[in-house]
Design a binder for this molecule. Structure first.
Ligand code: SF4
Length: 384
């Protein structure tokens, strides 16, 4: 049996829907949130009982827990405490685990953070996206720039210094100077982890509809790439390590939870629309709240919307595809340790990508070049 050391919990509630967002998230009443938390706790209990039987009563302690969404900071103090505490009781944590909660500005106060810390939480990922009021409004974000800065102050006041902030680049009318200025403000505020995501138009979102017929209103691709490189160079000049395509951190503050995904490790996923990778199966949960609430007690199988068995060939591809997201890339020695084979014998395409200048092969690692960062999807396509 594989040793699973991470868990993800999905909280699907938001104040309102951002115009670019296709995550499973929606507004809900207090009583729906209450019922969801009860169902979630029940789902985790049942799953842990089942896992415990499979593993002769010994479940490995978790190194990371990530409570994402949605907006988990819409939960009450009691909810957040109970969720973390339940995970601790069922699975246990290793010493010094990474326990992250996602927050959005203006959604909770110091009491929520104190409850999270009391339960063992130690990291917050804050959805800032931009510090420009016009851009925030254009995305339909439910907060101002000042509220984002106030949220950072509140998190620090509560005693959490391991804070990650998300920014979006490639927004219509966004300028490189604006993003650099946002980064400078976050750096001055002591933010040690910054994720910079390029806008992508997801099917079914207001943005996708809005720009489908007026594609010329979007940022030209070459300017978006220029923005990405400017952000990258700026953060590196300030001492941040570019450790994954979209992620930068002061050394020691890299996300341990996300690094687990990129190393193709297995993990538990709980809640609506959560995904798990358990015992060589990728499992997706259903996205309908009522179906989730009504089946969690009597029919847990009904919570699963898909289950794909990952054979060894698929696992080898995933190992490469996910590993190449990291700037250090994929270690050939690790690949051989895990699969007993040379990647070059399995993936002839590696040689072509090296000769096209998209991949570099140095010492025991394959990694994306600067040019490869701009054409990463072309490389990834060969491992899907
Ligand atoms: S806050 Fe996050 S999850 Fe909620 S709608 Fe906005 S982008 Fe989506």
């Amino acid at each position: 049996m594989s040793c699973i050391r991470s868990a993800y919990i999905h909280i699907p509630f938001c104040v309102s829907k951002c115009l670019y967002c296709d995550f499973t998230s929606f507004s809900a009443s207090e009583s729906q949130i209450d019922r969801y938390v009860e169902a979630l706790i029940l789902e985790m209990r049942r799953f842990a009982e089942f896992e415990s039987i499979q593993s002769a009563g010994v479940l490995p302690a978790l190194k990371t827990l990530y409570i994402g969404g949605g907006t988990p900071s819409l939960l009450s103090n009691n909810h957040i405490f109970r969720i973390v505490d339940t995970v601790r009781a069922l699975f246990g944590f290793v010493p010094d685990p990474e326990i992250t909660v996602e927050m959005n500005p203006n959604t909770s106060g110091i009491d929520f953070l104190n409850s999270f810390i009391e339960a063992g939480g130690n990291r917050v990922s804050l959805g800032v996206q931009s510090l420009d009021e016009d851009l925030l409004a254009s995305m339909g974000r439910a907060h101002t720039a000042q509220e984002a800065l106030d949220a950072i102050g509140l998190i620090q006041q509560a005693g959490i210094l391991n804070i990650s902030c998300d920014l979006i680049i490639g927004l219509p009318n966004q300028k490189i100077d604006q993003v650099i200025s946002d980064i400078d403000i976050l750096v001055q505020k002591g933010i040690r982890h910054i994720s910079v995501y390029s806008l992508s138009l997801e099917e079914g979102t207001v943005f996708a509809q809005r720009y489908a017929e007026s594609i010329e209103r979007l940022m030209p691709e070459d300017y978006e790439r220029k923005m990405y490189h400017a952000v990258r160079n700026h953060l590196i000049s300030l001492g941040y390590r570019h450790y994954e395509i979209s992620n930068f951190a002061i050394p020691g503050f890299e996300s341990r939870h996300n690094s687990m995904y990129w190393s193709a490790s297995e993990y538990y996923g709980f809640g609506l629309a959560a995904h798990s990778y358990v015992h060589s199966n990728r499992i997706g949960h259903i996205e309908d709240l009522d179906t989730y609430l009504s089946n969690v007690t009597g029919n847990p199988e009904a919570l699963v919307s898909e289950c794909v068995s990952i054979d060894v060939e698929e696992e080898q591809k995933e190992f490469f595809l996910l590993g190449l997201r990291m700037i250090d890339g994929v270690s050939v020695n690790h690949f051989i340790e895990r699969f007993g084979k040379l990647p070059e014998d399995l993936f002839r395409i590696l040689e072509k990508h090296v000769s096209d200048g998209l991949l570099e092969h140095q010492f025991d690692r394959y990694y994306l070049t600067l040019k490869g960062l701009d054409f990463a999807n072309l490389v990834f396509r060969d491992f899907v």
